[in-house]
Write a protein that binds this ligand. Structure first.
Ligand code: 1GP
Length: 243
């Protein structure tokens, strides 16, 4: 199946977020093997700031130890690795920073084209999680207040009308508060586009409740960095939900 079509399935899916700065080669191997065995749907690879120059190598290791599709989730225009399967071509539609809406994209476009990566236009929305996160700081943008469901829904609708193929609501990596279920439901009811939610999801109970609220693709990063064996439990919960 074409990678873009993998995102359009009528079932819940799990994405494991890999921050190449944070995982050693040994940890990457374990994570890749566990994800493969557990039947995880995607790896998302990226971060708001990357200092290690490990992006290409991390993708290589993930692909060596698994068949799970590897999708770049870039924090800026430098995060392009041609050995991945696709790139979320993210526009930060919750913010009003022109660089994050279009500027970085112009810089990245020729390199993305040369890389041959499949691009998946994604409307990226930051949702306030109570305190500043790396991504709000690095993107120089305000997140959507987490009780403003109407703003979130209208932003997602506008993204969809602009042609985005995915909407990604993110509370930010390591967020203390996840995107509220009420907001997820509100947004989900306003769009047809598959909805990705991530940031601060640490338990299978939370995974369950964000799926019940309407999330199509759940992203988990930090919790699996701490314990890659939890991938099995989380993937099992997604499978049970789809059964
Ligand atoms: C952040 O949505 C991701 O961009 C995942 O967040 O690392 O908190 O799981 P966590």
């Amino acid at each position: 199946m074409e990678i873009a079509a993998l995102f359009q399935q009528q079932k819940k899916q799990l994405a494991v977020l890999i921050d190449p700065d944070k995982l050693s080669v040994a940890q990457l191997e374990v994570t890749a093997k566990n994800a493969q065995k557990a039947g995880v749907d995607f790896f998302f690879v990226g971060g708001s700031l990357m200092t290690s120059d490990m992006l290409y190598h991390s993708v290589k290791i993930l692909k060596e130890y698994s068949n799970v599709p590897v999708v770049l989730f870039p924090g800026n225009s430098y995060q392009i690795a041609r050995n991945a399967d696709a790139i979320l071509f993210l526009s930060l539609i919750s913010g009003r920073n022109p660089d994050m809406l279009i500027g970085m994209h112009v810089l990245a476009a020729p390199y993305v084209k040369l890389s041959g990566l499949k691009t998946i236009p994604t409307g990226y929305m930051l949702i306030d999680s109570g305190k500043p996160t790396s991504v709000t700081y690095m993107s120089n943008s305000f997140p959507i207040p987490n009780d403003k469901n109407d703003i979130a829904a209208c932003t997602a609708m506008a993204g969809e009308m602009l042609g985005m193929k995915l909407i990604y609501m993110d509370a930010g990596s390591g967020a203390g508060q996840t995107v509220p279920e009420k907001m997820i439901r509100f947004v989900k009811d306003s769009i047809e586009t598959p909805l990705i939610v991530g940031g601060g999801i640490r338990t299978t109970e939370k995974l369950q409740s964000v799926m019940e609220a309407g999330t199509d693709i759940v992203v988990v990063g930090n919790r699996f960095e701490e314990d890659p064996n939890l991938i099995f439990e989380f993937a099992e919960r997604v499978k049970q939900f789809n059964a």
